[in-house]
Write a protein that binds this ligand. Structure first.
Ligand code: C2E
Ligand code: MG
Ligand code: MG
Ligand code: MG
Length: 283
């Protein structure tokens, strides 16, 4: 390996480092084959109204199922982003979600907005809007009820073409959310400049909302800011009733988290929707 670096590079043989880079290479190869092998799965986690608990939307969350177990985005997204594999993987996620939405609609289930997470590379792709339109057509989902989530840090990069992409998406009825809000450094001006629909308050603020006064104040301020800009607020990572009570008092619109439901398979989510439809019909 030292030789492969060529020229004047000289490296001491380091068995642990080599094992590490070997593992990275293996992982990259496996990630490359994962699409063909159909190893990815999209899980769905409902967004529910803080007031009343109705399901108001759902977020698509990617999983990689290997023989050795299921990997979370944290385990492979950085590699996918570095290698560019996120492009075909991201396209697969969008296609899967749109096909799922068409199937749910054909089955007569209520129309629900599905939100898909985008990495920096996907979001900065000049062809994103055209790609979404094409995938929706191909999935037989002419009027996609889609949301896209980008992390605050991605928006803050303020890359050329961002505003143009966002406008095109908004014109197609695709709603944009700023994910992990509060964890990055987006300027407040961005919130006005871009056609944004909602802010998702980062889980790190929500988790201690009942015990940490600063966190509670921050969430309260984010909700006030969002509402003054006519944006919806979603609290991420809501795990217990006490957090729900604070969020309700603060006027938060939607919430998402283990308290209501962990991410689940498409068929589990469909069953949940059917139960909800029955309850609504019975009420
Ligand atoms: P995110 O978009 O902020 O998604 C929320 C994360 O919080 C998810 O982690 C979800 O499983 C987790 N979560 C939900 N409720 C709770 C809770 O009550 N407590 C705790 N502790 N966690 C909760 P996950 O599924 O591991 O995804 C992590 C991140 O990976 C996502 O963060 C998103 O940024 C990214 N991601 C997920 N799917 C995709 C995808 O298809 N494409 C891209 N580019 N990124 C994705
Ligand atoms: Mg998200
Ligand atoms: Mg988030
Ligand atoms: Mg997060």
């Amino acid at each position: 390996r030292a030789k492969a670096l060529g020229g004047n590079h000289f490296r001491f043989y380091n068995p642990s480092l080599d094992a590490q880079s070997l593992e990275a290479l293996r992982m990259e190869g496996a990630l490359q084959r994962a699409l063909q092998r159909n190893e990815f799965e999209v899980l769905y986690q409902p967004l529910v109204a803080v007031d009343g608990g109705a399901i108001a939307g759902v977020e698509a969350l990617l999983r990689w199922k290997r023989d050795t177990g299921t990997l979370l985005p944290h385990d492979f997204l950085a590699l996918a982003e570095e290698t560019g594999l996120i492009v075909p993987i991201g396209e697969w996620v969008l296609a899967t979600v749109l096909a799922q939405q068409a199937a749910w609609r054909a089955a007569g289930l209520p129309r629900l907005r599905v939100s898909v997470n985008l990495s920096a590379r996907q979001f900065h792709d000049q062809d994103l809007a055209a790609q979404v339109a094409r995938l929706a057509r191909e999935a037989g989902c002419e009027l996609p009820c889609l949301g896209l989530e980008v992390a605050e840090s991605v928006l803050a990069q303020d890359a050329p073409g961002t505003l143009d992409t966002m406008r095109k998406l908004a014109a197609m009825g695709v709603l944009l959310s700023i994910d992990d809000f509060g964890s990055g450094y987006s300027s407040l001006a961005n919130l006005r400049r871009f056609p944004i629909h909602s802010l998702k308050v980062d889980r790190s603020f929500v988790s201690d909302i009942t015990s940490d006064r600063d966190d509670a104040q921050i969430v309260k301020a984010v909700i006030a800011l969002a509402h003054s800009l006519k944006l919806l607020v979603v609290a991420e990572g809501v795990e217990n009733e006490a957090q729900v009570a604070v969020l309700r008092e603060q006027g938060c619109d939607l919430m998402q988290g283990y308290y209501h439901s962990a991410p689940m398979t498409a068929s589990q989510f469909e069953a949940l929707l059917r139960r909800g439809a029955h309850e609504a019909a019975a009420a």
